[in-house]
Ligand binder design. Sequence first.
Ligand code: ZN
Length: 318
Amino acid sequence: MNNVDLSILSRREFIAGAASAAAAAAFTPRLLFAESKGIVPTMIDDAASATIKTHPLRRNISVLEGSGGNIGVLTGKDGKLLVDSGFTVSKARILEALNSLSSEPIVQLLNTHWHTDHTDGNAWVHAAGAKITAHVNTKKHLSTSTRVEGWDWTFPPAPAGAIPAVAFDDEHRLQHNATNIRLKYYGPAHTDSDVSLVFEEADIIHVGDTWWNGIYPFIDYSTGGSIDGTIRATEQNLHVITDKTIVIPGHGPIGDKAGLTEFRDMLGTIRNNVAMLKKQGKSLSETVAAKPTTAYDAKYGHFLITPAFFTALVYSGV
Ligand SMILES: [Zn+2]
């Protein structure tokens, strides 16, 4: 893999090679947000003002949408189990949504991966009574200072209460509220810490940030992610679900096998388009100018990860 450090693409390169200033400005978060505040503060500010929407899915499982990644909730007499904790700025509104579902306390928190939009709330959820479980690499990244070049951001170690108490390598099972839950490590995918969570009786899977439904995904090369790892994780997801399975993506609306199949095809097509251009010797600027994502931009290009930025993320990994 020929890895491009997204943070150090020089202004000279993008001016020399860009088809337009607009396309060039979108190469990196640093340039994309040169006149504004950056991706991480943007996500936090969005969460600070967002309404938390509650989506009941099947049996006793719901999703809260609006604070970073999609938060799964399993209610019942054993107490609430959460999947991911969103941003701390949303605490009051998340609690309000949780209390509207049922009155039990929060006792378990499972993290899909280490990223801040899924774990920033860990400390308060732990203080509220939850035991935290995650992959060993989530524990590792939360325990130390961790840099994400694609976000141009260095995270300090998380507070002690935010660190998972239970960390597993490959697979972990638990039973909670009469539900069998299976956590499975993907291997390196969107990061090196991603796990899927299957709620067996309900036939629901939370796939974390291996799926962004209807939007181009971020891929975190700084902590082990890659385009090929993301495609592999998507294949694994498709392998374990049926047409009846409810699929909770890390970001975007609740989906199903058809939507995930379309996402897989989008990833594969763009990967091949970008790989072909790179093989022809095209620079990143020339590759972006060739618009290898164009067939998908109307549908997928409207969120934080723009077509040019997604092209750069793919280019880094092919
Ligand atoms: Zn993520």
